[in-house]
Structures are given as C-alpha cells and as structure tokens.
Design a protein around this ligand. Structure first.
Ligand SMILES: [Zn+2]
Length: 238
C-alpha cells in the first residue's frame, strides 16, 4: 500500500489539493496525497468532497486511517459515483467545520497547560472539547479555568510545528503529558506542537497558527469520572 502524502501535517490551512486516486475498495478511496485529516488523537476525521474535471462530485462523510501505516481512507456517502484508480481529483474539505475543530483542538492544548495532571484521554467535537485528567479529588474551578483560557487566547500566542527524532523524544519523557496516547514513534521522527511560552508536546493534529484565532471559550462542566479522573468540558461561547 502506498503511503498517502499528508499535506495537512505541514499546512493545516490547506482547504483543497489536486490528487490521483490510488486505490478503491469497499472501505473507501485512497489518494496519492490529501488535505483530509483522518480520525486520530481525539480529533474527528474531515468531511468534504472529491471533484472530477467533468463536474462529478463524490461527497466524503468521514476520513479514517487504514491498516497500513500512513494509509488514509476517504469514506464516501452511500450512492456516490464510483471512482477508478488513476483518476485525477480535487480533494476539498469542509473548511468551516475543520477550522472549528482546529480552534477547539488548540484550546485543549491550552487547557492541558493550565491543569497540572496527566491527561488520560480527550475528544474534540464540533464546537466542544474535553480532556480527562488523572488527578485526585482537588478543587477545579470552572470560572477560574474559563478565565485562564480566555487570557491565553487574548494574549495571542503564536503556535508552530517542530519535528524531533525518536531518540530525542525518548530522552525527553517529560514532554509526554498524555498517558493514553503515546506519541507515534518508529517512523524516525516525532511531531511536536509548540505554543510559544505556554506548551510543548507531541501532537499529530491540526492547530490554528495563533491562540487569538480560538476565540472566546467557556468551561461548561467538570465531571468526576472515578476517584482519580476529572473530565473538563469546554465549548465556544455563543
Ligand atoms: Zn494537538
């Protein structure tokens, strides 16, 4: 299986790209390169469409990882026209939805920087997000969290992607805040997200380029999920 070129890893702001169909089966469509992010790291896969030069449109309802490393599968809606290998297409994501996911995903990095505890899980969804922290019964205050997050947003910190080798990553275990999602090692290098002056951690997801782009957010709920687990829920302010 050919590895799909992951254009979204270098530039999260790409809304479309030209690509060639490399494989089609009952699971979906593979391309030689794509702007579609596949479900992973707590971020949902992109939706969008593939366009042919003759105007044919194949709506994509989800993007997932395949069994082979680096394989990305574009899952079409039911009843879409069939595509053939070697067809050229324009791959185009639903940008408004993706941008909301990028904003909330970046906001979860801010959240993990203000709560001192190991992250045991997390999920981004459209307009909302949450992280689970492995911390004992301690007072987490919704209003304090909301205030701290909005301060980091208004400070408009730039973000950037860095790559380090597997060896450098292994030598810096303090970078790994997430217990449930180990950084993807074994491909030679690990991708890090740095939020200037705020946070540095391994992450393969898509992020906004400055924290100001996140916009106003709110801590909506703190749930107790067992003795050592606090779930902190966020949403965009309407
Ligand atoms: Zn991230």
């Amino acid at each position: 299986m050919d590895v799909t070129g992951e254009l979204f890893r270098e530039d999260a702001y790409l809304k479309s790209c030209d690509a060639i169909v490399t494989a089609v089966d009952e699971k979906g469509i593979r391309l030689d390169r794509t702007v579609f992010y596949p479900t992973g790291g707590g971020q949902p896969g992109d939706v969008g469409r593939l366009r042919l030069a003759d105007g044919t449109v194949v709506e994509i309802k989800d993007t997932i990882k395949g069994a082979a490393p680096g394989e990305i599968i574009h899952v079409p809606d039911e009843g879409m026209p069939a595509l053939d290998v070697r067809m050229p297409v324009t791959a185009e994501i639903d940008w408004d939805r993706r941008h909301r996911l990028m904003r909330m995903h970046t906001c979860l990095h801010l959240l993990s920087s203000i709560i001192k505890g190991d992250v045991t899980g997390g999920q981004v969804s459209d307009g909302k997000g949450r992280l689970d922290f492995n911390i004992p019964d301690q007072a987490l205050d919704k209003d304090q969290i909301t205030e701290a997050l909005n301060r980091l947003v208004s400070e408009d910190h730039p973000t950037r992607t860095l790559w380090i080798t597997d060896e450098e990553m292994a030598a810096r275990p303090e970078l790994v805040r997430t217990m449930s999602v180990k950084p993807p090692m074994g491909r030679g290098r690990v991708r890090l997200l740095e939020i200037d002056g705020v946070d540095l951690q391994p992450c393969g997801g898509t992020h906004v380029s400055r924290t100001g782009e996140i916009g106003a957010v709110e801590c909506t709920k703190i749930e107790s999920k067992g003795k050592m687990n606090r779930r902190v829920n966020l949403a965009f302010k309407a």
